[in-house]
Design a protein around this ligand. Structure first.
Ligand code: AMP
Ligand code: ZN
Length: 471
């Protein structure tokens, strides 16, 4: 297995990857909050995670990769005040929270597929399926004296846990931080954060659970610690996320996990820089966010976005513009055309000849902290290389594409099928019936969904609906 060097945010150095167990590499990537469609900035984080995943497979490692679905607990305000984003969206649309998260979860997976991210290589656990683990972890921290109890809920006491801030601390002197501390009565320090929030008196939440501290819901950070440790182990090889997560979310994850286990949570921390709009942040309020669907409506192929991302180092901010996307798409389509002109007969596939020098250049670039820009440059060198036979050219391009993932064109399914709210509601009712083991009602609801032209698919503990073929 080839050694690969990756940049670690914690030590601020390039470090060789040395997996804990054999060839297996356990990776946890912070996933989306399912209350709206993910924008192309979010997609940069997942194309990066997928590039890492592909690079590891390319070098013979076996990634065990989790991307979580946040379907509860992420508040509109990072300082533990504000509304739960999912509950808020559900109220606005007058729908069940579960219907909202099912819809945006399906949309997210469909977007990943359009970017040629093979979703069957990943696990996508939902926070609401791991409530007991989150409660147990909070109890462990409570027993160790790292928590305090206030009317709002159970808080992590960052002053009691001395190593807090493993990835570097934001400046607490800043006035807005001081303003924030006031927002939750009883919170002792701006860095402290909620592990469990009590449902306030007089409030009715759709998603809430009983706990040793009363009815409520988990804080946003605890889900990642609980799911990573449950699904991947106490210590994982690599943790990824966007750079916005370093100061708060990831410091908090480390404090929770290491506070409970007394051992290292993640050996390597990798962070992807932001996709920006000129010097501005992508933000809904500035009206400058786009989704994959928006790009398709403007007749861009989603893989043009993947190509655009791969042109830059994942560690440098990338400024989005439609002009840049145009050039990426032009280059991508030229590549597709030249690739399609190379031999593709069944017989030619038996020939595995490829160019050793170009393959070595690809390997060296990938092993150097995923230098995809260099791999793309090698792809163009392969195309220009007149000394290669057509078959060798094709095979060498395919070798580079194991990591890039831009050569194939995933089938475009046309416009996204929107599942009507009535059908979503029937699905939620069916999920409830199944949870209550009331299978005759569940079956009747499935029949009703079928009559409306949709099919229920139960897989990996999650039920979704798809439009029936031919309807
Ligand atoms: P969120 O749903 O806001 O938690 O974001 C999901 C993932 O996308 C996280 O890893 C974020 O750090 C990342 N992210 C959000 N905005 C951007 C952006 N503009 N560029 C790159 N990554 C982003
Ligand atoms: Zn996370």
């Amino acid at each position: 297995m080839r050694l690969i060097e990756l940049y670690d945010t914690q030590t601020k150095t390039l470090r060789p990857l040395t997996p804990l167990v054999g060839r297996q590499v356990c990776i946890y990537s912070c996933g989306p909050t399912l209350y709206q469609a993910a924008h192309i900035g979010n997609m940069r984080a997942y194309v990066f995670a997928d590039t890492l995943h592909r690079a590891l497979r390319h070098f013979g490692y076996s990634p065990n990769h989790v991307i979580n679905f946040t379907d509860v607990g992420h508040l509109t305000d990072d300082a533990d005040a504000g509304e739960d984003k999912v509950e808020k969206q559900a109220a606005q649309e007058n729908q069940a929270a579960e219907a909202i998260t099912a819809r945006f979860g399906d949309l997210f997976l469909a977007d990943l597929k359009k970017l040629n991210i093979k979703t069957n290589r990943y696990r996508f656990p939902r926070a609401t399926h791991y409530i007991q683990e989150q409660i147990a972890l909070t109890q462990q921290l409570e027993q160790k004296g790292y928590t305090y109890d206030i009317a709002d809920g159970i808080y992590f006491d960052t002053q009691a846990y001395k190593p807090y801030g493993a990835l570097g601390l934001p400046n607490t002197e800043e006035s807005d931080e001081h303003a924030r501390i006031q927002r939750v009565a009883g919170k002792k320090h701006p860095h402290d954060f909620a592990l469990w929030k009590r449902t306030p008196d007089g409030v009715t939440r759709q998603q809430e659970w009983d706990s040793p501290w009363g009815r409520g819901f988990p804080g946003w950070h605890i889900e990642c610690s609980a799911m990573a440790m449950k699904l991947l182990g106490t210590t994982i090889d690599i943790h990824t996320g966007g750079m916005d997560h370093i100061a708060v979310h990831h410091n908090n994850e480390i404090a929770q996990s290491e506070g409970a286990s007394d051992t290292v949570f993640a050996n390597l921390w990798m962070h992807v820089a932001f996709l920006t709009m000129g010097s501005e942040k992508l933000s809904k309020s500035l009206g400058n966010t786009y989704t994959i669907d928006d790009l398709e409506q403007r007749e861009y192929h989603p893989l043009a976005l993947r190509y655009l991302f791969l042109q830059a180092s994942y560690r440098t901010p990338l400024s989005f513009s439609f002009a840049a996307l145009d050039s990426a798409q032009t280059a991508l389509f030229r590549l597709h055309k030249e690739y399609a002109a190379l031999p593709h007969s069944l017989l030619s596939y038996l020939n595995v000849e490829r160019n050793a020098a170009h393959c070595a250049a690809v390997d060296a670039a990938i092993a150097d902290d995923l230098n995809t820009a260099k791999v793309l440059a090698t792809v163009h060198a392969i195309l220009r290389d007149t000394s290669l036979t057509p078959i060798s050219k094709r095979n060498t391009l395919r070798y580079a594409d194991r990591v890039l993932g831009i050569l194939c064109r995933p089938k475009q399914r046309g416009k996204q099928v929107i599942i009507p709210p009535e059908v979503q509601d029937l699905l939620v009712q069916r999920n409830t019936a199944r949870a209550d083991k009331d299978y005759s009602t569940a079956d009747a609801l499935r029949t009703r969904i079928n009559e409306l032209g949709y099919e229920v698919i139960d897989a990996n503990g999650i039920s979704t609906v798809v439009k029936k073929r031919g309807t």
